[in-house]
Design a binder for this molecule. Structure first.
Ligand code: ADP
Ligand code: MG
Length: 345
């Protein structure tokens, strides 16, 4: 059996809201799993049921071989990492960091090794003798995240822990979380609505929509072979270009365009998905440039075509004029096809 399993887990709140509608998930020991999805899709509720802060209204949760479905949070060996945590105001940074380890009676040598790791990774060396009131908000957040992640429960549960930080702090703390997790090998479930954060952190990503899991896979698989139209458009920046059309006997024909793309599926209405980096400027599909975004290493060229707006990632060097006529192509080896129900064909 896996280290952490959810079997048919549901949550209906007392007001009748069905927040989680039947989740099956098996997580291996030491795995870093990210729950990804838009606001309201049931990520926090799922995490809180694993923590024991909410009780599942159906299904079972097993952790480390035991059925924990109805256990109190204190009876489960989980560390819940919130977005805001208060530091102890009367303790220094060093004392704040050491406190959780002293509480569990960790031997001095191991404690000092752990603390040195956290202090080094977070760059807190110069702040150890300060009190929380002498720290900036960002530094307080770093210390509190460090304090949460020196401890090694069976699982770390993190609910958007970087939510309020500015971009450079987010990146630094994201690296800290992953390095600390790789070092201590604590099984981790991390919730975010930020697809880039999910891709960067996860061994496997769980994409949720409307209380249901839509796909569980590695970041590469999620990105390259999305299981549904929703996953295709939610993951990636920008999301996949989606062209409505029809699979015919000899290929896929986008609506309103006289061109055929190779496609391996039975004839039916379908949507073709292609990432911006697999759209070329040497194809048969005519279009007009509506926006040219310069992004340093490349440009995102937004092109209006007869089958909708398409974003092409093109070389940074040459700027394009709004109104310019271009002819787009797609790399057939990197196309996804979705049926009328939204599922991958
Ligand atoms: P997420 O974390 O993905 O944004 P949540 O798990 O917080 O989603 O919420 C899922 C759904 O459950 C939402 O529709 C939300 O409004 C609803 N919800 C969350 N908490 C409660 C509650 N205590 N009572 C009723 N509905 C709730
Ligand atoms: Mg949430």
């Amino acid at each position: 059996m896996s280290f952490l399993t959810l079997t048919g887990v549901e949550k209906t709140y007392p007001d009748g809201t069905k927040a989680v509608k039947g989740v099956d998930l098996a997580i291996a020991q030491g795995e870093f799993v990210v729950l990804l999805g838009p606001s309201g899709c049931g990520k926090t509720t799922t995490l809180r049921m694993i923590a024991g802060l909410e009780l599942a209204t159906a299904g079972r949760i097993h952790l480390a071989g035991a059925d924990v479905t109805t256990l109190k949070p204190s009876q489960r060996d989980v560390g819940f990492v919130f977005q805001f945590y208060a530091l102890y105001p009367h303790l220094t940074v060093a004392q704040n960091l050491a406190f959780p380890l002293e509480c569990v009676g960790m031997p001095r040598e191991e404690r000092e090794r752990r603390l040195a790791g956290v202090v080094g990774r977070l760059g807190l060396g110069g702040l150890l003798s300060r009190y929380p009131r002498q720290l900036s908000g960002g530094d307080q957040q770093r210390v509190s995240l460090g304090r949460a992640l020196v401890r090694t429960p069976a699982v770390w549960l993190m609910d958007e822990p970087l939510g309020t930080l500015d971009a450079d702090q987010r990146l630094a703390l994201r690296d800290f979380i992953r390095e600390q997790q790789l070092d201590l090998k604590v099984t981790t479930i991390y919730v975010t609505h930020d697809q880039e954060e999910a891709m960067a952190l996860a061994d496997r990503v769980v994409v949720m929509e409307g209380g249901l899991i839509r796909q569980v896979a590695t970041p590469a698989e999620i990105y390259q072979r999305p299981a549904t139209l929703f996953v295709a458009s939610f993951v990636g920046s920008p999301g996949m270009n989606l062209l409505k059309g029809e699979v015919e006997a000899d290929g896929f024909r986008p609506d309103g365009v006289d061109m055929l793309l190779p496609a391996q599926a039975a004839p039916q209405p379908a949507t073709l998905g292609v990432r911006s980096e697999h759209v070329t400027l040497d194809g048969p599909l005519p279009g007009t440039v509506v926006l040219d975004e310069y992004l340093g290493a490349w440009r995102n060229l937004h092109v209006q075509t007869a089958c909708g707006r398409i974003v092409a990632r093109v070389a940074a060097e040459r700027p394009h004029r709004v109104g310019e006529a271009v002819r787009l192509g797609v790399d057939p080896a990197h196309c996804s096809l979705f049926g009328a129900d939204g599922a991958r064909l």
